[in-house]
Design a protein around this ligand. Structure first.
Ligand code: ARG
Ligand code: ASP
Length: 729
């Protein structure tokens, strides 16, 4: 394998300096910037209307806006809005918690939930929020001991050892700290992130889904939008205000900083700033990688999910119980399904593959004779080698792993196996308890007809689209033995002990009767466990190992490519790809034109909710209370006057901030640093922004804070929460 090694220690420092220096231009509003380096962008932000300083955004010496922002539940963002730990995020971010507390008798998804005093706030074991304590460039320390000429494996091991030491040391600085070292720009730079983790986070309020998920999956990723996508939690701490496990004795957390709320609202052109945790972007990948995503991966994954969604939808509309059971799963399946469709179209519309190809040609011309020469060609060949494996991995995730019973059964057996394997009785009990909890959660929301039909549809597609050389032997054998996916499903679902939760309980009770040695052969021979294990083995040994090996060669080349690119494009401001670390995105409120002859205004109001209201369509059936309020125009102080002079309630708005999955729940901040909204989505035509950002089409969608307050005040009657908040005058 060819390798260009140019990262001497001194060079590492020099490269850091290049990365850190202020680059001149960036395409309008593209970019998710590191808060600690925001001084490099603050001039541009201020030129666009921002009135605060870099220290107001991020500071290690004083409370700053970063102290009011959290990573919520490992995949969303939230913000503090009171001196007593009150936190805002999206309804879809709190959805799993709301769903877990729901049953047919207490259907908080359907009816909403409002704690009328602190004692009614609901604990959520397992839910965490992370505050960023500080971040720091540790490139030099991470590469300490690295010598030019080392192999990539040796470099990895240096990086890993140093990172662990750096993070371990940082965690010792206080209570509840968690530290990670993250690679940026494919390992051209490394940053330490230190978080303070809170584990007692209680549900305070959520509107009914007819508001919080208004428009459902039909309106998801779409504009104009009218979804009241918010929920409210409260962080609790021990009596010293430190992170602690859940306890009745915990008290509301007093944050270093919380957002003041502005009721001034927005007009087209106004500056907005999003502070949050975007999850993953791939802005610098080569044309060959984009081609795989938009021409192969996205279309196949979409087709596989269409099958599952059709099956789920059919059973969900026939039964309220099934609707509750599958609401959260269905939303998750449908969300990416729809996003990929927008992404694929956006990439084609922007001609990204061709544009990148041309760019790569120019890069190679420039690079001729240098250390960067030939990188693109090498990346292309690696991608071509990887393609069938990446495809098989996509299929594994979207077929075998999407089957609920077999995935659960294999995991359950793994936990019992662990119980049987450990010598300490305590550990064995723990493992058995964790299996029990897994089973309880699984059966609460399981409906076998959906799963069995999905099994048949997915196995058929697997059979049709995975080349025979790539199929697991177990699969080919089973299909041969049963003759069809239907017959296979009949046998598997008919004979598995997991198909019947009470049979499983008996079997396990018998197996565990002798507490010392659990006999789990009964379970490992089970056809559902066998399916899960066989597919997993095939994937881990035959597919993932290759994807990882080629993947690390690809990353290595990208490290050079990225660095070369920065030299090649000296005038461009580069920002690191999203990696679920805290970022700043800024832009302005703007409408857009999705196609010829159409222009979308940037704001929506309650008028649009009434236009969509339809008692016969589940997603558009609003609560009667909202209809009454509208009829009486009983809006309280949460109003605007629209262009035609009508008094109405603002609902959502769009802007040009560069956001991604994970930015859901992020605070939307105005030029003075005050809270004006909650980010929750992007427009469909712009979902390719994780790969390529089009300033004309990419828009983030936010909930106007005044709609949030209107719902809390007028619909929920939970004004005591508003009394906790602070407003700008
Ligand atoms: N599209 C938004 C995001 O990616 C919201 C998803 C939740 N809403 C839904 N209807 N599935 O998370
Ligand atoms: N809805 C997304 C989220 O949950 C945000 C986005 O993808 O724009 O983070």
């Amino acid at each position: 394998m060819m390798r260009t090694v140019f990262f001497k220690k001194a060079l590492a420092v020099a490269a850091s300096a290049i990365l850190a220096s202020a680059f001149l231009t960036v395409k309008a509003d593209e970019g998710m910037w590191l808060p600690s380096l925001i001084s490099q962008r603050i001039g541009d932000m201020q030129a666009k209307g921002f009135r605060l300083s870099a220290e107001d955004i991020y500071s290690i010496n004083q409370a700053s806006l970063k102290d009011a922002v959290v990573l919520f539940g490992g995949g969303c963002t939230g913000e503090l809005i009171s001196s007593e730990g009150l936190l805002l995020t999206n309804h879809h971010c709190g959805y799993a918690q709301i769903q877990k507390h729901s049953s047919v008798e207490h259907d908080y998804l359907k009816d909403g939930f409002w704690a009328m005093d602190r004692s009614e706030e609901l604990p959520n074991p397992g839910l965490e929020v992370w505050f960023l304590d500080r971040m720091e460039d540790v490139t030099g320390a991470v590469l300490d001991g690295y010598e030019p000429g080392m192999t990539e494996q040796q470099r990895d091991s240096v990086v890993r050892t140093n990172s662990e030491a750096i993070a371990g040391k940082a965690e010792k600085d206080g209570t509840g700290l968690r530290a990670d070292v993250e690679s940026l720009y494919y390992g051209n730079q490394y940053f330490l992130f230190v978080y303070r983790v809170f584990k007692d986070v209680r549900l305070v309020g959520a509107p009914p889904s007819s508001i919080g998920k208004f428009g459902g999956d039909t309106d998801n990723w779409m504009w104009p939008r009218h979804t009241g996508d918010f929920s409210i939690f409260r962080i609790y701490a021990d009596k010293d205000n430190n992170p602690a496990e859940y306890s009745e004795n915990n008290v509301p957390y007093i944050p270093k900083k919380y957002f003041k709320i502005s009721l001034e609202g927005v007009s087209e052109g106004d500056f907005t700033f999003i502070y949050g945790f975007p999850g993953r972007t791939q802005e610098y990948i080569v044309s060959e990688a984009v081609r795989y995503i938009s021409e192969i991966s996205d279309p196949h994954k979409i087709a596989l999910r269409t099958l599952r969604l059709d099956i789920q939808d059919r059973y969900m509309s026939a039964s309220q119980t099934v609707r509750i059971q599958y609401s959260s799963k269905n939303a998750a399946v449908s969300n990416s399904w729809k996003k990929w469709q927008g992404e694929m179209r956006g990439i084609r519309k922007m001609n990204t593959v061709e544009t990148k190809k041309e760019n790569e040609r120019l890069f190679e011309e420039w690079a001729a004779g240098s250390e960067y020469s030939g990188i693109v060609g090498r990346l292309d060949s690696l991608y071509r080698l990887m393609e069938p494996y990446a495809f098989a991995a996509d299929y594994y995730n979207e077929t075998a792993r999407a089957i609920e019973l077999t995935s659960f059964a294999a995991e359950y057996a793994r936990r019992l196996e662990k119980a049987a394997g450990v010598s300490s009785p305590d550990e064995a009990t723990q493992a058995r308890e964790s299996a029990k909890r897994l089973a309880a959660a699984f059966y609460k929301d399981y409906y076998m007809p959906i799963d069995k039909e999905s099994f048949i549809a997915l196995m058929d597609m697997f059979d049709r689209n995975i080349p025979s050389g790539f199929k697991p032997e177990y699969f080919t054998e089973s299909m041969g033995r049963y003759g069809s996916a239907e017959a296979w499903a009949d046998s598997l679902f008919g004979n598995s002990v997991f198909s019947d939760s009470s049979a499983l309980t008996k079997t396990v009770a018998a197996a565990c009767a002798d507490e010392v040695g659990t006999d789990i052969t009964l379970l490992t021979d089970d056809p559902a466990v066998e399916f899960g294990n066989e597919f997993r083995k095939w994937y881990m040994e035959g597919i993932r190992s290759v994807v990882q090996r080629l993947g690390s060669e690809i990353t290595l080349l990208y490290r050079d490519y990225m660095k070369g690119h920065m030299e090649f494009n000296k005038d461009r401001a580069f920002y690191p790809d999203a990696n679920l670390t805290l970022r700043v995105a800024y832009g302005s409120v703007q409408g857009y034109s999705p196609g010829d002859g159409t222009y979308y205004l940037p704001m929506s109001t309650i008028e649009g909710i009434m236009q969509k209201d339809n008692p016969d369509i589940f997603d558009y059936n609003i609560p009667q209370r909202l209809r009454d309020i509208y009829a009486e125009k009983d809006y309280g102080e949460w109003t605007v006057t629209d262009a035609s002079g009508r008094l109405t309630v603002p609902v959502c708005f769009i802007a040009t901030n560069h956001t991604s999955g994970g930015n859901s729940g992020s605070p939307v901040i105005n030029a003075d640093g005050d809270l004006i909204g909650i980010n929750f989505d992007r427009v469909w035509e712009g979902t390719m922004s994780d790969i390529v950002f089009d300033p004309d089409l990419c828009r983030n969608i936010s909930l106007d804070i005044r709609y949030v307050l209107f719902i809390i005040d007028k619909v929920a009657g939970a004004g005591h929460l508003i009394d906790e908040m602070t407003f700008t005058d």
